[in-house]
Design a protein around this ligand. Structure first.
Ligand code: ZN
Length: 460
C-alpha cells in the first residue's frame, strides 16, 4: 500500500529545478526516486500509473480555503471541502479560522485535525485567529495555537484595525515563528461597500468598496513587517496599488508576500453588470477561449460578489503583471462556499465569496500559462514550493524522502465546468458553463490516490 510507479510524464519539480520526462517511484508513502526507466527496478506487485503526455508535479497546495466546519456545515464540511480539493488537484489545503466558533483556541484546532483525519483525504492544515473571536480587540492565545499545530495566524474575513494591536500580534507571531496572513481591508474606507468603487458601482447603484480600502492596509502591513521583522502575507490582492506597494517593499527586502485568486485576474467589475456588459467591455480576450458560445449570466448575479471585490480591467492587468514579475508568488482560491438560499437574494444582502478549488488550476493555466505570461514551471512553483516555504511545510517538492504528495495534470484538456460535477456542498461559482483548459488527472496524497479522473470518485 501507498506505493506507486508513475511512468512517462513530464516531471516538473520547481523546488529541485527539475523539468524532464521521467518516472516517479513512490514507496511506502515517500518519494523514492525520480529518473528514467525505473520500471525495470520496481517490484512487479507495485501498481503503475501511465502518465505519458501528462505533467507530474509536487502536490498542489491551496493556502486559503474556508471549510465552514465547525458551525456552518450546510455550506461545506471538512470532508466535502477535502473532496473538492482532491478533485481540483490539491493535496494540501490551509483552512481559515472564521468558523463558528472561530479557530482562536487549541480545542478547535484539535477538532479540525480530528475531522480531517476522519475524512482521510488531502492534508488539512489550520490557521489560528490573531484576535479572540476575530473581533480585533484582544489577542488570541498565539503560543497555545502554535502548540496545537496552526501554521499561521490570520483574522481572515476580518482585519485588525488597531495598528498597535497588529504590532503586538506581529511581535508574538515572530516569537513563535509563525507568519501572519492578513485580509487587507480598512473599515473606515470600505464601510458597507458591496462592489468595487468605480464606473460600474455608479451605473448599477451599488455601494462602492474603493481600492484604497485594501491598499491602505497593505501599506500598514509593510511598515509593521519592517518594524517588527515578522513575515506578513497579504491575502487575495485585488488592487493595482497593492501590487505596486508590495513590489517596492520586496525590493527593499521587507519580509512581505502576496497571493492572488483566479477570479481577480480573470473577471472585472463589469461582470456584476451581467455577461453582455462583461464580454463587451473587459472580456474580449477571454471570449476567444470560450469559442462561439459565451457563458451568460444576468446583472446583479451574487456569484460575482466577493471580498475583496472584482476590480477594474487596469487592476486585473496589474495583478497579472505582479504574478508575471514575481511580486505575487502564491496562487490560491479563497474557496468560500455559501448555500443557494443565502446567495439567492438582492446583491446588497448576499454574503461575499465564491467556491474555487475545482476551477483555480484551469483558470491559472488559462490566464497565466496559455496566455504566455509565465511558464508552466513558474505557475507550478506558485502552487507548491512557494506556499510550502512561507508555511515552513515539508511539502511542495519531489525530492527523495519527501512525503509522496503528487498531482498529475493535463494542461491541454478542455472541459466545461458543470454544477453537477462539483464535489463541494455549495454551488456558488461564477464559472459554471465556462469552457476551461487544463485539469487535474490524479491526486496522490502520501502515495495513495485520493482522486483520479479515471474513477471519477473520491476514494475515502
Ligand atoms: Zn479574506
Amino acid at each position: 500500500m501507498n506505493s506507486l510507479l508513475l511512468t512517462g510524464g513530464r516531471v516538473i519539480d520547481p523546488a529541485n529545478q527539475f523539468d524532464a520526462v521521467a518516472d516517479v517511484l513512490i514507496l511506502n508513502g515517500k518519494i523514492s526516486a525520480v529518473g528514467n526507466r525505473l520500471a525495470t527496478q520496481t517490484p512487479g506487485e507495485i501498481e503503475r500509473f501511465d502518465a505519458t503526455g501528462k505533467i507530474i508535479c509536487p502536490g498542489l497546495i491551496d493556502l486559503h480555503v474556508h471549510f465552514r466546519e465547525p458551525g456552518q456545515t450546510a455550506k461545506e464540511t471538512i470532508a466535502s471541502g477535502a473532496a473538492a480539493a482532491a478533485r481540483g488537484g490539491f493535496t494540501s489545503v490551509v483552512c481559515m479560522p472564521n468558523t463558528s466558533p472561530a479557530i482562536d483556541n487549541a480545542g478547535t484546532v484539535a477538532l479540525i485535525h480530528e475531522r480531517a483525519a476522519q475524512a482521510d483525504g488531502v492534508n488539512v492544515f489550520v490557521t489560528g485567529a490573531i484576535t479572540k473571536n476575530l473581533a480585533g480587540e484582544e489577542l488570541a492565545p498565539i503560543g497555545s495555537l502554535k502548540k496545537a499545530g496552526v501554521v499561521a495566524i490570520t483574522d481572515d474575513g476580518h482585519c485588525v484595525q488597531n495598528n498597535d494591536l497588529m504590532r503586538r500580534a506581529c511581535e508574538y507571531a515572530k516569537m513563535f515563528d509563525l507568519p501572519i496572513f492578513d485580509h487587507c481591508q480598512d473599515y473606515s474606507l470600505v464601510t458597507d461597500g458591496v462592489m468595487h468603487e468605480g464606473y460600474w458601482s455608479t451605473a448599477l447603484g451599488l455601494r462602492g468598496w474603493p481600492s484604497a480600502g485594501e491598499e491602505m492596509i497593505v501599506a500598514r502591513n509593510i511598515l509593521l513587517a519592517e518594524l517588527t521583522g515578522t513575515r506578513i502575507h497579504c491575502q487575495h490582492l485585488s488592487a493595482a496599488g497593492s501590487v505596486a506597494l508590495l513590489r517596492e517593499a520586496k525590493r527593499r527586502g521587507v519580509p512581505v508576500s502576496g497571493e492572488a485568486c483566479p477570479h481577480h485576474f480573470t473577471l472585472t467589475d463589469a461582470a456584476v453588470a451581467g455577461s453582455e456588459k462583461f464580454w463587451g467591455a473587459d472580456g474580449k480576450i477571454l471570449a476567444k477561449s470560450q469559442g462561439g458560445e459565451l457563458p451568460e449570466w444576468p446583472g446583479y448575479d451574487t456569484n460575482f460578489k466577493m471580498n475583496p471585490p472584482l476590480r477594474s480591467a487596469r487592476d486585473r492587468e496589474a495583478i497579472l503583471e505582479g504574478l508575471a514579475d514575481g511580486t505575487i508568488e502564491i496562487l490560491c482560491s479563497d474557496h468560500a462556499p455559501h448555500c443557494d438560499y443565502e446567495k439567492e437574494v438582492e446583491f446588497d444582502y448576499a454574503p461575499f465569496g465564491i467556491t474555487g478549488l475545482e476551477t483555480e488550476l484551469a483558470l491559472s493555466l488559462m490566464q497565466l500559462v496559455h496566455a504566455k505570461r509565465i511558464s508552466l514551471p513558474e505557475m507550478i512553483a506558485k502552487f507548491t514550493v512557494n506556499p510550502a516555504r512561507l508555511l515552513n511545510l515539508n511539502k511542495g517538492t519531489l525530492g527523495a524522502g519527501a512525503d509522496a504528495d503528487v498531482t498529475v495534470l493535463d494542461p491541454e484538456a478542455e472541459w466545461i465546468f458543470q454544477a453537477g460535477d462539483s464535489a463541494s456542498k455549495s454551488k456558488n461559482s461564477p464559472f459554471f458553463g465556462w469552457k476551461l483548459k487544463g485539469k487535474a488527472v490524479a491526486t496522490i496524497v502520501a502515495g495513495r490516490m485520493v482522486w483520479s479522473e479515471q474513477t471519477e470518485a473520491v476514494v475515502v
